[in-house]
Every structure is written in structure tokens, then in C-alpha cells.
Design a protein around this ligand. Structure first.
Ligand code: GLN
Length: 455
């Protein structure tokens, strides 16, 4: 009830939510009754959680921020959602996002932008700005996001929250509306490192319904966070600073807080090592070929027949005319831009030159990470090059928007885990700055341990 009251009080300004779960209080009462009857319900039982609208939820619309799915109610839950329900968490509602998770500001939502609770004239990051803003505005204690190129870590950074992109394949993508299938990962957003770890423990692990799901067994991330929180020092930990992600073009206050946190780690006994990742220079370019290529293929399913919107052209027409009218009306400008780019990059004659080259660059970036992790245990960088920018500032300049992802994209291309956590406010604007920690694939526990020590 407290969270619903908070939503009523502030969400008119913040616009983090697209839908509120009408069953939330009833589910909460059921959980209370079962607990009162002595049932053992798990550590997060009864805790409300906000869910990014890219995830399918039975009984609640799931639009992925797009008109083309307006009013569509999925007949099934995403695996992560059914795991949360099984652990007795309470879905609070669905959060706003850039259409089909394409963007870094939540301004590309078909349902209007979300505002940053720290300053309502600024962006909450994207694409999962709704989830991060809900957590930062105390409308929800925790949330789920999805991260294809930074959509959990960058919103976490600009709202002063914690966010984790798990190892690719460690959290099920079943029921997560696909953007770029080789990059997408679902993960938690929260106010503390332990909260993210507790959610990750519930949603993670093998799912036979996701063909890229890893069969590993995972350690308890909550245990790693608790061990980190009580650690006396960072002695023996080798922390790599990626030269290419500590760039001169970054905002002063971001660099200041980042270097302060390096000094803190060093003082606590960590060894700080500069590492070079020469191919990171090409990461944004490779990503913005691979992502549109995969997205153009994934979004072909919105054909006016199977899901959501159907627009019949005046005077009738062929199936193709209906499809064109529906996609013309249902997709926003950024989605159309990427479908065109991706279709072009995949077309006969250009495939090798564009998609093929981008995949080779991806391998080189993975090798940069391998070489770096041969020297260090974790890598760190700022989560984003700037603090929250103003709404409208980059909306007409797609390239400026894309460059905002320079720090987060490499981890997605390599499939490795990354965490963003707050490290203070930039003195020049008083807005939150985030630290990104990256670890080798499958070593997500290192993020939680170090993150909890630092916070
Ligand atoms: N800003 C990135 C993009 O626009 C992030 C996408 C994501 O992680 N969903 O593609």
C-alpha cells in the first residue's frame, strides 16, 4: 500500500509506470495470510517489484513501449516473472521504456518520456528509464530491467541506483520481447547491491525454454554480497582500469568521482592496474550494426496478424498492404531507423561487408577482454560518460545518443557481466555518477562482492 500511495503521489510527474497491477494488494494479503499460517516463504516474499514492460506478464499488458503492442496481454509469463511469483514477490506494475528497448533516455517510448526523479527536466536513462526511476523515486524497492547495450547499467548510473547485467545466458530470455537475441540479458535494478543479488538469485539459472541458457549451477549472489559487505580489505584484488573507458571526453565530475573510487579501492588494499583494450574503439560501430541486424529480424514477427495492432488501409488492400499500414503506424521513428539499417546490413551483397565485419570486431573485443582478465580480477570504468542530460537534448541526434553507450556496450558484445553502482554526485550539477564493474563470464559473484564492499 505504501508503494501504491507513493506512485499516486509522484508518478504523475515521474511517469515511471505504464500499468499498475490491480491484483497487487490481494496478492500481498494472500502472502501475509500464508506467512501467518506458518509457511516458509523465502527472503523476499511479499516484496513488491516493478517490471520492465519488455517482459511478458499474464494479466498485464506488455507493450515494450510500442504502439504496435498497445493493449496486448500475453497468455504466459516470462520465466523471470514466474520465478518471482513462485518466490512470492508481488509484481507492482509495468515500467516505461524506449520502444523495443532502443534508446538511452526513455524518450523513444510511444507513451511519453519518463522523468528523472533527481531533476524532472532530465532523462532517467534508457532504455529501462522507468524501472530505474521507479526505484530512485521510492515507488518500488526493486525492479527488473533488460540490458542489450547498457539499458540496466546506464539508467542505474543516472538515477543513483544499482543495476546488474548478468553473464549472457545466465538469466532466461524466455518471455522477454527480443531486441537483439545475442546481446539481451534480463537483470535487477535496486537501491542496494544486496537487493540486486537477492533478485538475481531468484531469477537466474538454467531454463530449458531458452536455447542459449547456460546449464551452470551458480553460487549464491546474496552470500557474495554479504561477504563483500563485511570484508575488512580488498587485499589481493587486482582491479583493471580500461584506458579506453577513462577517456578525456567524459564529464569532469564523472572522472572525479571515478578516480576517487579508484583511490578508495587502492587504500583498501586493491592493486590498480591500467589495461588497454584497443578494439573498444570500434565497439559502438560494431554494436550499431549487429543490433539493428538482429532487431530487424526479430521485429519481423509484428506482421499485423499474430500480435497487437492491425491497421486496414482505406479501401482494403492485400496482406502486404495491411502489414505496411500496420508497421507504418505502429512503429516509432527510432524503430524504423534501425529496421532499415539492419535490413540493409543483412541484405545480399552487403552481409559480409557489414554484419560479417561487425562480428569479427566483436571477436576482437572478446579477445581484448580475455587479455585484460588474464591480468586482473575485475575491470572498472565510469558507468556512463555523463550524468543525466536534459530531456530533448539528444533526441534529434541519434549518433550523440548512441555514443552515450560507449562504456556499457563492450560487456554485451563479449557476454560478460557488469554492475553499475552509485559513487556520489558530480559537483558541477549535483547529479549521480555511476561506477561500472565488469568480471569474466560466469564470475558475476565478483561484482556483488566488490560492489557491496564499496557501497
Ligand atoms: N542504448 C542502447 C540502444 O539503444 C541500449 C539498448 C538496451 O540495452 N536495450 O541500443
Amino acid at each position: 500500500q505504501a508503494h501504491l500511495d507513493r506512485i499516486t503521489a509522484v508518478d504523475g510527474d515521474v511517469h515511471a509506470f505504464l500499468h499498475i497491477n490491480a491484483e497487487a494488494l490481494k496478492t500481498a494479503a494472500d502472502v501475509d495470510a500464508r506467512r501467518a499460517a506458518g509457511e516458509q516463504l523465502g527472503e523476499l516474499a511479499g516484496v513488491p517489484i516493478a517490471i520492465k514492460d519488455v517482459l511478458c506478464t499474464i494479466g498485464m499488458p506488455s507493450t515494450a513501449g510500442s504502439r504496435i503492442l498497445e493493449g496486448w496481454i500475453p497468455p504466459y509469463d516470462a520465466t523471470v516473472v514466474s520465478r518471482l511469483r513462485a518466490a512470492n514477490l508481488i509484481p507492482l506494475g509495468k515500467t516505461n521504456m524506449d520502444e523495443f528497448a532502443m534508446g538511452s533516455s526513455t524518450e523513444h517510448s510511444a507513451y511519453g518520456p519518463t522523468h528523472n526523479p533527481w531533476d524532472l527536466e532530465r532523462i532517467p536513462g534508457g532504455s529501462g528509464g522507468g524501472s530505474a526511476a521507479a526505484v530512485a523515486a521510492f515507488e518500488a524497492p526493486i525492479a527488473l530491467g533488460s540490458d542489450t547495450g547498457g539499458s540496466i547499467r546506464q539508467p542505474a548510473a543516472v538515477t543513483g541506483s544499482v543495476g546488474v547485467k548478468p553473464t549472457y545466458g545466465s538469466v532466461s530470455r524466455y518471455g522477454a520481447i527480443a531486441l537483439a537475441s545475442s546481446l539481451d540479458q534480463v537483470g535487477p535494478v535496486s537501491r542496494t547491491v544486496l537487493d540486486s543479488a537477492l533478485v538475481h538469485d531468484i531469477i537466474g539459472g538454467h531454463d530449458p525454454r531458452d536455447s542459449t541458457s547456460l546449464k551452470d549451477t551458480w553460487p549464491s549472489f546474496a552470500a557474495a554480497a554479504r561477504a563483500g559487505a563485511t570484508a575488512e580489505s580488498l587485499k589481493g584484488l587486482r582491479v583493471g582500469v580500461v584506458k579506453q573507458l577513462d577517456a578525456p571526453g567524459f564529464q569532469d565530475g564523472v572522472k572525479l568521482r571515478f578516480h576517487e573510487s579508484l583511490a578508495m579501492m587502492e587504500e583498501a588494499g586493491a592493486e590498480i592496474v591500467e589495461v588497454s583494450a584497443p578494439n573498444f574503439e570500434y565497439a559502438v560501430a560494431a554494436y550499431y550494426l549487429i543490433l539493428p541486424a538482429e532487431a530487424s529480424s526479430n521485429l519481423a514477427r509484428f506482421d499485423s496478424v499474430r500480435f497487437g495492432l492491425r491497421v486496414n488501409p482505406a479501401g482494403g488492400g492485400t496482406v502486404e498492404d495491411v502489414m505496411a499500414a500496420t508497421r507504418g503506424a505502429g512503429f516509432g521513428a527510432e524503430v524504423k531507423r534501425r529496421i532499415i539499417l539492419g535490413t540493409y546490413a543483412l541484405s545480399a551483397g552487403y552481409y559480409d561487408e557489414y554484419y560479417g565485419s561487425a562480428q569479427k570486431v566483436r571477436t576482437l573485443i572478446q579477445r581484448d577482454f580475455d587479455a585484460a582478465f588474464a591480468q586482473v580480477d575485475v575491470l572498472v570504468s565510469p558507468s556512463a560518460p555523463t550524468t543525466a542530460f536534459k530531456l530533448g537534448e539528444k533526441i534529434d541526434d541519434p549518433l550523440a545518443m548512441y555514443l552515450n553507450d560507449v562504456t556499457t556496450i563492450p560487456a554485451n558484445l563479449a557476454g560478460i557481466p557488469g554492475m553499475g553502482l552509485p559513487i556520489g554526485l558530480a559537483p558541477e550539477d549535483g547529479l549521480p555518477v555511476g561506477l561500472q564493474i565488469m568480471a569474466p563470464a560466469r564470475a558475476d559473484d565478483r561484482l556483488y562482492k566488490l560492489g557491496a564492499t564499496l557501497e
